[in-house]
Design a protein around this ligand. Sequence first.
Ligand SMILES: [Zn+2]
Length: 402
Amino acid sequence: MKLLKNELETLKVLYFNRNATKSEISEQTRLSNFLVSTAVDSLLKKGLVEESGDIPSRRGRPSSKYRIKPDSGYFLGVSADINSIIIVLVDSLGRLLEEGEYSFEYESESRNIDGFIERLIGKIDDFMKANVSDIGRLRMIGMGIPGIVDTEKGIWLRGLRIPGVSNINIKELLQEKYGIEVIIEDVARTVTYYASTAGSGRGIDNFVIIHLGYGVGGGVFVNGEIYKGSHGFAGEIGHMIVEPDGYRCHCGNIGCLETVASVDGILHHLNDRKGEIIVSTMHSHDFHDKRFEKLDDVLEAAGNGDNLTRKVLFDIGLMIGDAVSNIILFFNPKAILITGPNSVLKDYIEGAIWQRVRNRVISEFLADFKLEFCNYSSDNESYGAALLARETYWRQEILKLS
Ligand SMILES: [Zn+2]
């Protein structure tokens, strides 16, 4: 749809303010009341803007507020990992409308990366058929993937924990298939964007997020924006070495934070340390036969007060604390936010993280620093990807102004 300059100026105010009266638009755009009125009327006719209520005015007659029409455009957010694909649909106001979660086993179901991509596209197709009635109103797709991603070109350079990925131009592939623009981001960064706009990071100018899940990732938020680094890789906290005599990582190094604090890392440590003799009233005979296979097994054992499980989690907390200490010293953030599925282990790792931080970090750095465990939900990654697509779309529209 072709829009006039004054219409775009008006939309820009509505995007950044959520809603506004004509006189507020006039104030911010420096356009005359007449020009704003003409632009608003035209946007109303084009179905891009709607009235969103009245506010009392000093002269008695209430003035109408306007906002971007929620159904004027939709955005799709996708997150894909080794065991799940989650897809969400948001409207023009960034509200979550629909959500689909599909779990699968990479090894047994897709077997290789081509199978994985095929499966991913199949799920996006299914989701669109079920939830997007007017494909012409889908403005942009945002996608978060793990590994090393060239976000400028949308190339998936390495999958790390997803084997077989090598320089896949996933942006081009999806753009050709769906005929609209697609943005590709590191999944940890879509979580960071979610945190900064709709989650625990809202209103915090400088924070670092640590995502503890099947992988360990990070995002750096500086002065109100996500910091990307010179090649867009900034925030690879998962590959900081915290246990030099530990396990081999997908990246080739030994003892990365990911080998310690990811789901597999935690299970690996627990299963390998089962033989340790720790006096526990809860330590039953069948404990030695038990294998920890998923996060719930760990939570259950820790919740039942098993001392060995708690000791191993405490030690893992100390190593996360090493990484947290280094981040604080280097970056001096207002907050470090811990998110991802493993943040449910808060009760067993938070004390250890703080113990390390207090021992390692110069006290002045901690004056108003906070360590916060987020309320994580499995759609944070895909919701963040959709919100990022929404912002990218609007920024591009607004750039047309200059
Ligand atoms: Zn690594």
